[in-house]
Design a protein around this ligand. Sequence first.
Ligand SMILES: *[C@@H]1O[C@H](CO)[C@@H](O)[C@H](O)[C@H]1NC(C)=O
Ligand SMILES: *[C@@H]1O[C@H](CO)[C@@H](O)[C@H](O)[C@H]1NC(C)=O
Length: 287
Amino acid sequence: MPLLNPRFLVISLIVLLSITVFREAEASYRVYKVKVVNEFPHDPQAYTQGLLYAENNTLFESTGLYGRSSVRKVALLDGKVERLHEMESSYFGEGLTLLGERLFQLTWLLDTGFIYDRYNFSKFKKFTHHMQDGWGLATDGKVLFGSDGTSTLYKIDPKTMKVIRKQVVKSQGHEVRYLNELEYVKAEVWANVYVTDCIARISPKDGTVIGWILLQSLREELISRGYKDFEVLNGIAWDRDGDRIFVTGKLWPKLFEIKLLPLTPNDPLAGEINNLCIPKTSFLLEI
Ligand SMILES: *[C@@H]1O[C@H](CO)[C@@H](O)[C@H](O)[C@H]1NC(C)=O
Ligand SMILES: *[C@@H]1O[C@H](CO)[C@@H](O)[C@H](O)[C@H]1NC(C)=O
Protein backbone atom coordinates (compact mmCIF):
# COMPACT_ATOMS: atom_id res chain seq x y z
CA MET A 1 0.00 0.00 0.00
CA PRO A 2 2.61 2.60 -1.00
CA LEU A 3 0.06 5.36 -1.36
CA LEU A 4 -0.73 5.30 2.34
CA ASN A 5 2.90 5.38 3.36
CA PRO A 6 3.37 8.75 5.15
CA ARG A 7 6.89 9.16 3.77
CA PHE A 8 5.61 8.69 0.28
CA LEU A 9 2.90 11.24 0.90
CA VAL A 10 5.39 13.82 2.13
CA ILE A 11 7.62 13.27 -0.87
CA SER A 12 4.67 13.57 -3.24
CA LEU A 13 3.67 16.78 -1.57
CA ILE A 14 7.14 18.25 -1.98
CA VAL A 15 7.21 17.25 -5.63
CA LEU A 16 3.78 18.77 -6.17
CA LEU A 17 4.78 21.98 -4.42
CA SER A 18 7.96 22.38 -6.43
CA ILE A 19 6.05 21.88 -9.65
CA THR A 20 3.66 24.63 -8.54
CA VAL A 21 6.51 26.97 -7.59
CA PHE A 22 8.26 26.27 -10.86
CA ARG A 23 5.09 27.07 -12.77
CA GLU A 24 4.69 30.34 -10.87
CA ALA A 25 8.24 31.38 -11.69
CA GLU A 26 7.59 30.99 -15.37
CA ALA A 27 6.08 34.18 -16.71
CA SER A 28 2.50 33.80 -17.82
CA TYR A 29 2.82 36.84 -20.05
CA ARG A 30 5.00 37.87 -22.96
CA VAL A 31 7.07 41.04 -22.90
CA TYR A 32 7.64 43.39 -25.79
CA LYS A 33 9.77 46.40 -26.54
CA VAL A 34 8.76 48.74 -29.32
CA LYS A 35 10.23 50.02 -32.55
CA VAL A 36 9.05 53.40 -33.84
CA VAL A 37 8.05 53.07 -37.48
CA ASN A 38 6.56 56.57 -37.90
CA GLU A 39 6.13 59.69 -35.91
CA PHE A 40 3.58 62.45 -36.27
CA PRO A 41 3.10 65.87 -34.66
CA HIS A 42 0.87 65.96 -31.58
CA ASP A 43 -0.50 69.11 -29.94
CA PRO A 44 1.83 69.61 -26.95
CA GLN A 45 -1.04 71.40 -25.17
CA ALA A 46 -3.26 68.31 -25.41
CA TYR A 47 -3.48 66.55 -22.05
CA THR A 48 -4.40 63.28 -23.72
CA GLN A 49 -6.95 61.19 -21.84
CA GLY A 50 -8.65 59.34 -24.66
CA LEU A 51 -7.45 58.41 -28.13
CA LEU A 52 -8.79 56.36 -31.00
CA TYR A 53 -8.31 55.90 -34.70
CA ALA A 54 -11.14 56.28 -37.18
CA GLU A 55 -10.67 55.68 -40.90
CA ASN A 56 -8.88 58.02 -43.35
CA ASN A 57 -5.90 58.86 -41.17
CA THR A 58 -8.16 60.50 -38.64
CA LEU A 59 -7.91 60.34 -34.88
CA PHE A 60 -10.37 61.34 -32.19
CA GLU A 61 -8.92 62.57 -28.94
CA SER A 62 -10.24 63.62 -25.55
CA THR A 63 -8.18 65.99 -23.43
CA GLY A 64 -8.26 66.84 -19.75
CA LEU A 65 -7.46 69.68 -17.33
CA TYR A 66 -10.08 72.13 -16.15
CA GLY A 67 -10.61 74.88 -18.71
CA ARG A 68 -8.66 72.95 -21.35
CA SER A 69 -10.78 69.83 -21.73
CA SER A 70 -12.02 68.97 -25.17
CA VAL A 71 -13.08 66.43 -27.74
CA ARG A 72 -11.24 66.81 -31.02
CA LYS A 73 -10.96 65.31 -34.44
CA VAL A 74 -7.31 65.31 -35.44
CA ALA A 75 -5.59 64.68 -38.76
CA LEU A 76 -3.04 61.95 -38.12
CA LEU A 77 -0.44 63.10 -40.63
CA ASP A 78 0.00 66.73 -39.58
CA GLY A 79 -1.61 66.70 -36.14
CA LYS A 80 -4.04 69.47 -37.14
CA VAL A 81 -7.19 69.77 -35.05
CA GLU A 82 -10.00 69.60 -37.63
CA ARG A 83 -12.90 69.84 -35.24
CA LEU A 84 -12.91 70.95 -31.65
CA HIS A 85 -15.50 70.82 -28.91
CA GLU A 86 -14.39 72.71 -25.82
CA MET A 87 -15.94 71.44 -22.63
CA GLU A 88 -17.30 73.61 -19.85
CA SER A 89 -14.55 74.44 -17.39
CA SER A 90 -16.19 72.41 -14.62
CA TYR A 91 -15.47 69.22 -16.60
CA PHE A 92 -12.17 67.37 -16.88
CA GLY A 93 -12.24 65.18 -20.00
CA GLU A 94 -11.24 61.54 -19.73
CA GLY A 95 -11.58 58.32 -21.77
CA LEU A 96 -13.13 58.36 -25.23
CA THR A 97 -14.41 55.70 -27.59
CA LEU A 98 -16.32 55.53 -30.86
CA LEU A 99 -19.21 53.10 -31.18
CA GLY A 100 -21.09 53.37 -34.47
CA GLU A 101 -21.66 57.06 -35.09
CA ARG A 102 -21.35 58.08 -31.48
CA LEU A 103 -18.43 59.19 -29.36
CA PHE A 104 -18.63 58.26 -25.68
CA GLN A 105 -16.57 60.37 -23.27
CA LEU A 106 -15.94 60.05 -19.53
CA THR A 107 -15.07 62.84 -17.10
CA TRP A 108 -12.76 62.73 -14.12
CA LEU A 109 -14.16 62.50 -10.56
CA LEU A 110 -17.74 62.39 -11.84
CA ASP A 111 -20.09 59.62 -12.84
CA THR A 112 -21.17 61.79 -15.75
CA GLY A 113 -20.25 61.12 -19.34
CA PHE A 114 -21.28 62.54 -22.71
CA ILE A 115 -22.31 61.09 -26.03
CA TYR A 116 -21.54 63.15 -29.15
CA ASP A 117 -22.34 62.81 -32.81
CA ARG A 118 -19.05 61.83 -34.42
CA TYR A 119 -19.50 64.15 -37.44
CA ASN A 120 -20.65 67.42 -35.90
CA PHE A 121 -19.86 66.84 -32.22
CA SER A 122 -23.38 67.87 -31.25
CA LYS A 123 -24.04 66.62 -27.76
CA PHE A 124 -26.62 63.91 -27.92
CA LYS A 125 -26.96 63.25 -24.27
CA LYS A 126 -25.40 62.87 -20.87
CA PHE A 127 -25.07 59.50 -19.22
CA THR A 128 -24.33 58.21 -15.75
CA HIS A 129 -21.96 55.30 -15.33
CA HIS A 130 -21.44 52.95 -12.40
CA MET A 131 -17.66 52.86 -12.11
CA GLN A 132 -15.90 54.52 -9.18
CA ASP A 133 -14.49 57.19 -11.50
CA GLY A 134 -14.09 57.85 -15.20
CA TRP A 135 -10.66 57.09 -16.63
CA GLY A 136 -10.54 54.92 -19.76
CA LEU A 137 -12.98 53.70 -22.41
CA ALA A 138 -12.78 51.30 -25.36
CA THR A 139 -15.12 49.16 -27.40
CA ASP A 140 -15.12 45.90 -29.33
CA GLY A 141 -17.93 47.30 -31.47
CA LYS A 142 -20.61 45.79 -29.22
CA VAL A 143 -19.89 46.57 -25.57
CA LEU A 144 -17.82 49.20 -23.82
CA PHE A 145 -14.78 48.49 -21.68
CA GLY A 146 -14.10 50.99 -18.90
CA SER A 147 -11.43 51.73 -16.31
CA ASP A 148 -11.62 53.91 -13.23
CA GLY A 149 -8.04 54.05 -11.95
CA THR A 150 -8.43 50.88 -9.89
CA SER A 151 -7.46 47.37 -10.99
CA THR A 152 -10.98 46.69 -12.25
CA LEU A 153 -11.78 46.32 -15.91
CA TYR A 154 -15.50 46.94 -16.50
CA LYS A 155 -17.65 45.59 -19.29
CA ILE A 156 -20.52 48.01 -19.87
CA ASP A 157 -23.73 47.86 -21.88
CA PRO A 158 -23.63 50.96 -24.13
CA LYS A 159 -27.43 51.25 -24.19
CA THR A 160 -28.03 51.31 -20.45
CA MET A 161 -24.47 52.04 -19.18
CA LYS A 162 -25.03 49.22 -16.70
CA VAL A 163 -22.01 47.15 -15.70
CA ILE A 164 -22.26 43.70 -17.28
CA ARG A 165 -19.10 42.28 -15.74
CA LYS A 166 -16.13 43.30 -13.61
CA GLN A 167 -12.70 41.69 -13.79
CA VAL A 168 -9.78 42.34 -11.47
CA VAL A 169 -6.73 42.70 -13.69
CA LYS A 170 -3.81 40.60 -12.50
CA SER A 171 -0.33 39.97 -13.74
CA GLN A 172 0.86 36.63 -12.36
CA GLY A 173 -1.29 37.13 -9.30
CA HIS A 174 -0.29 40.77 -8.77
CA GLU A 175 -3.18 43.17 -8.96
CA VAL A 176 -2.57 45.91 -11.55
CA ARG A 177 -3.97 49.20 -10.32
CA TYR A 178 -4.25 52.57 -12.04
CA LEU A 179 -5.62 51.20 -15.29
CA ASN A 180 -5.92 54.26 -17.49
CA GLU A 181 -6.52 54.84 -21.21
CA LEU A 182 -7.88 51.73 -22.96
CA GLU A 183 -7.92 50.35 -26.47
CA TYR A 184 -9.49 47.21 -27.85
CA VAL A 185 -6.93 45.45 -30.07
CA LYS A 186 -7.60 42.08 -31.69
CA ALA A 187 -9.74 40.57 -28.92
CA GLU A 188 -7.54 42.01 -26.17
CA VAL A 189 -7.93 45.13 -24.07
CA TRP A 190 -4.77 47.21 -23.93
CA ALA A 191 -4.36 49.57 -20.99
CA ASN A 192 -1.96 52.31 -20.09
CA VAL A 193 -0.97 51.89 -16.45
CA TYR A 194 -0.85 55.32 -14.86
CA VAL A 195 2.61 56.73 -14.11
CA THR A 196 4.35 53.84 -15.80
CA ASP A 197 5.71 53.56 -19.33
CA CYS A 198 3.97 50.22 -19.71
CA ILE A 199 0.93 48.98 -21.56
CA ALA A 200 -0.83 45.89 -20.23
CA ARG A 201 -2.36 43.51 -22.76
CA ILE A 202 -5.36 42.13 -20.93
CA SER A 203 -7.52 39.15 -21.76
CA PRO A 204 -11.10 40.41 -21.45
CA LYS A 205 -12.14 36.84 -20.69
CA ASP A 206 -10.67 36.74 -17.19
CA GLY A 207 -8.67 39.94 -16.65
CA THR A 208 -5.29 38.22 -16.91
CA VAL A 209 -2.37 40.23 -18.24
CA ILE A 210 -1.12 38.19 -21.17
CA GLY A 211 1.50 40.67 -22.33
CA TRP A 212 3.44 43.72 -21.25
CA ILE A 213 4.69 46.36 -23.67
CA LEU A 214 7.61 48.46 -22.45
CA LEU A 215 7.72 51.97 -23.88
CA GLN A 216 10.45 53.57 -21.77
CA SER A 217 12.38 54.17 -24.99
CA LEU A 218 9.81 56.74 -26.19
CA ARG A 219 10.24 58.92 -23.12
CA GLU A 220 14.03 58.59 -23.44
CA GLU A 221 13.81 59.60 -27.10
CA LEU A 222 11.83 62.75 -26.29
CA ILE A 223 14.21 63.70 -23.48
CA SER A 224 17.23 63.15 -25.73
CA ARG A 225 15.71 65.62 -28.19
CA GLY A 226 15.43 68.27 -25.48
CA TYR A 227 11.70 68.03 -24.73
CA LYS A 228 10.97 68.67 -21.07
CA ASP A 229 7.49 69.59 -19.99
CA PHE A 230 5.64 66.50 -21.08
CA GLU A 231 3.86 64.09 -18.78
CA VAL A 232 3.02 60.39 -18.68
CA LEU A 233 2.46 58.05 -21.56
CA ASN A 234 -1.29 57.88 -22.18
CA GLY A 235 -3.26 57.14 -25.30
CA ILE A 236 -3.39 54.06 -27.51
CA ALA A 237 -5.13 53.93 -30.88
CA TRP A 238 -5.48 50.97 -33.21
CA ASP A 239 -6.10 51.19 -36.94
CA ARG A 240 -7.94 47.94 -37.51
CA ASP A 241 -7.71 48.03 -41.32
CA GLY A 242 -4.05 48.93 -41.52
CA ASP A 243 -3.15 47.09 -38.30
CA ARG A 244 -1.24 50.12 -37.06
CA ILE A 245 -0.73 51.00 -33.39
CA PHE A 246 -0.34 54.62 -32.30
CA VAL A 247 0.66 55.89 -28.88
CA THR A 248 1.18 59.28 -27.32
CA GLY A 249 1.08 60.91 -23.90
CA LYS A 250 -0.17 63.87 -21.92
CA LEU A 251 1.36 67.04 -23.37
CA TRP A 252 3.56 64.96 -25.69
CA PRO A 253 4.79 66.80 -28.80
CA LYS A 254 4.72 63.56 -30.82
CA LEU A 255 2.47 60.65 -31.60
CA PHE A 256 4.32 57.46 -32.47
CA GLU A 257 3.35 54.54 -34.66
CA ILE A 258 4.97 51.50 -33.10
CA LYS A 259 5.66 47.87 -33.84
CA LEU A 260 6.13 45.35 -31.05
CA LEU A 261 9.37 43.43 -30.69
CA PRO A 262 9.25 40.37 -28.42
CA LEU A 263 11.91 40.58 -25.73
CA THR A 264 14.49 37.82 -25.80
CA PRO A 265 14.28 35.69 -22.62
CA ASN A 266 17.75 36.79 -21.47
CA ASP A 267 16.96 40.52 -21.75
CA PRO A 268 17.39 41.93 -18.22
CA LEU A 269 14.18 43.98 -18.64
CA ALA A 270 12.16 40.76 -18.66
CA GLY A 271 12.78 40.32 -14.94
CA GLU A 272 11.84 43.92 -14.13
CA ILE A 273 8.16 43.87 -14.99
CA ASN A 274 6.90 44.11 -11.41
CA ASN A 275 9.14 47.11 -10.76
CA LEU A 276 8.52 48.87 -14.05
CA CYS A 277 4.86 48.20 -14.70
CA ILE A 278 2.97 47.47 -11.49
CA PRO A 279 2.43 50.49 -9.21
CA LYS A 280 2.71 49.34 -5.61
CA THR A 281 1.63 52.14 -3.35
CA SER A 282 -1.30 54.42 -3.47
CA PHE A 283 -0.50 57.92 -4.48
CA LEU A 284 -2.52 61.04 -5.02
CA LEU A 285 -5.35 61.22 -7.44
CA GLU A 286 -4.60 61.75 -11.10
CA ILE A 287 -4.17 65.39 -12.04
C1 LIG B 1 -12.25 59.20 -46.70
O1 LIG B 1 -11.58 59.98 -47.68
C2 LIG B 1 -12.11 59.81 -48.98
C3 LIG B 1 -11.24 60.58 -49.92
O2 LIG B 1 -10.93 61.86 -49.46
C4 LIG B 1 -13.56 60.28 -48.99
O3 LIG B 1 -14.12 60.09 -50.27
C5 LIG B 1 -14.35 59.49 -47.96
O4 LIG B 1 -15.67 59.99 -47.88
C6 LIG B 1 -13.71 59.58 -46.61
N1 LIG B 1 -14.41 58.70 -45.72
C7 LIG B 1 -14.82 59.10 -44.52
C8 LIG B 1 -15.55 58.09 -43.73
O5 LIG B 1 -14.61 60.20 -44.09
C1 LIG C 1 -25.51 66.47 -36.16
O1 LIG C 1 -25.71 65.33 -36.99
C2 LIG C 1 -26.83 64.54 -36.64
C3 LIG C 1 -26.90 63.35 -37.55
O2 LIG C 1 -25.66 62.90 -37.93
C4 LIG C 1 -28.08 65.36 -36.73
O3 LIG C 1 -29.18 64.61 -36.29
C5 LIG C 1 -27.97 66.61 -35.86
O4 LIG C 1 -29.08 67.45 -36.06
C6 LIG C 1 -26.71 67.37 -36.22
N1 LIG C 1 -26.56 68.47 -35.29
C7 LIG C 1 -26.19 69.68 -35.68
C8 LIG C 1 -26.08 70.70 -34.57
O5 LIG C 1 -25.92 69.96 -36.81
